[in-house]
Design a protein around this ligand. Structure first.
Ligand SMILES: Cc1cc2nc3c(=O)[nH]c(=O)nc-3n(C[C@H](O)[C@H](O)[C@H](O)COP(=O)(O)OP(=O)(O)OC[C@H]3O[C@@H](n4cnc5c(N)ncnc54)[C@H](O)[C@@H]3O)c2cc1C
Length: 332
């Protein structure tokens, strides 16, 4: 079939236990821009069981249509039933673009779909758009993050990508949004190889960096674990959490879930302090959408200053204790 016959922008509406993943709303926001360019309808594809009530949220956040397929075998995520259901829908409706969140679920499902639909997939896109020739591209760090590549899928359809969380801001929900709810029947069977016995939310340790409004992140320039603990103290005084670039995690000072960046977590706090972090591309892709970026580095030319709103060219060992003392004084 000619590629021109594929139409529509699809967003895989990942949900677990009836709760939409936040990345879905972020991708729906970006899809508005794609729609403004192509004029094609945005469809959220919702798989599960008893999840039709989520359609309203999807309409409010920008979906023109919701394609719903419900089945016992889709109640909780299982790769093969989800792959079978989505393949049937994509083969029937032939979307031009199919986007997933770069979540653990999306990263599992999307490559399977690439095989089912024999098309291309860009992993971990940080941006999407159309070039001057009207070709849809996906931006992703490549060659170890030393360049940002624009990847295009010229002939195969649908053009697919997983999109990193926290890259786009959801639109303001439209209160009176209406859309088309299309219910489809799919033929799927429960995966015979395994059964989900129970699911439990990840325990809340209180120090998660995703969703934190303020982060204090330390880098390789931090001289000791004791100094890192001082950053934790600063974060606590400011009502935030401690995070880091990769080297402190490699050193074993912090756990991997505190690492910001390409091979870590993407964050979008209102404020982020980067302390003794140079600002590699791999670090920046994980935090460049923060509201206010404040950096302390003793090297004037450190790339982190290029994206910072405020910066201090200074030794953190002078600035951090002074900041702590000043905050404590004002709080007293
Ligand atoms: C495939 C791949 C994935 C990667 N993923 C990630 C990722 O997810 N996250 C990540 O962070 N990195 C990642 N990296 C590593 C990345 O390339 C950089 O090596 C890393 O980000 C550097 O961390 P840094 O800025 O803390 O250290 P450096 O680049 O060494 O910078 C340290 C900074 O501290 C400053 N400094 C030193 N002493 C002081 C002082 N006393 N006071 C003030 N400033 C001081 C220095 O001027 C310097 O700018 C990845 C690399 C690859 C190849």
């Amino acid at each position: 079939m000619a590629k021109e016959e594929y139409k529509g922008i699809w967003v895989f509406a990942e949900q677990q236990a009836g709760k939409l993943n936040g990345t879905v709303l972020e991708i729906l926001a970006k899809a508005q821009e794609l729609k403004a360019y192509t004029g094609e309808e945005i469809t959220a594809v919702l798989l599960g069981k008893d999840v039709s009530s989520l359609a309203e949220t999807l309409f409010a956040y920008g979906a023109d249509a919701v394609l719903l397929a419900e089945d016992d075998a889709l109640e909780s995520y299982s790769a093969r039933p989800y792959q079978a259901a989505l393949t049937q829908l994509a083969e029937k409706y032939k979307p031009s673009i199919l986007l997933y969140g770069a979540t653990s679920l999306g990263r599992d499902l999307a490559p399977r779909m690439m095989v089912s639909l024999r098309t291309g997939l860009t992993a971990d896109a940080i941006d999407l758009g159309f070039d001057e020739d009207g070709v849809f591209f996906q931006t992703t760090p490549a060659y170890g993050g030393s360049i940002l590549a624009h990847i295009v899928i010229l002939e195969a359809r649908p053009q697919m990508a997983t999109v990193r969380p926290m890259m786009f801001e959801p639109i303001q929900p439209r209160e009176d949004a209406v859309g088309k709810l299309i219910s489809e029947t799919v033929t799927v069977e429960a995966d015979p190889d395994y059964e989900v016995l129970s699911t439990a939310p990840k325990p809340d340790t209180g120090d998660a960096i995703e969703g934190a409004q303020l982060l204090v992140a330390g880098g390789r320039g931090i001289k000791s674990p004791e100094d890192m603990e001082q950053l934790r103290e600063l974060a606590a005084l400011l009502g935030g959490k401690l995070a880091s670039s990769r080297p402190p995690v490699d050193n074993g000072w912090l756990s991997h879930d505190k690492q910001i960046g390409q091979s870590g977590t993407s964050v979008k706090p209102k404020y982020i302090f980067n302390i003794a972090i140079s600002g590699s591309v791999q670090y920046q892709v994980g935090m460049q959408n923060a509201g206010c970026i404040i950096s302390i580095n003793h090297t004037k030319g450190a790339p982190i200053f290029d994206i910072s709103h405020y910066g201090a060219v200074a030794d953190y060992r002078t600035v951090v204790p002074a900041l702590i003392a000043e905050i404590q004084k004002r709080k007293a």
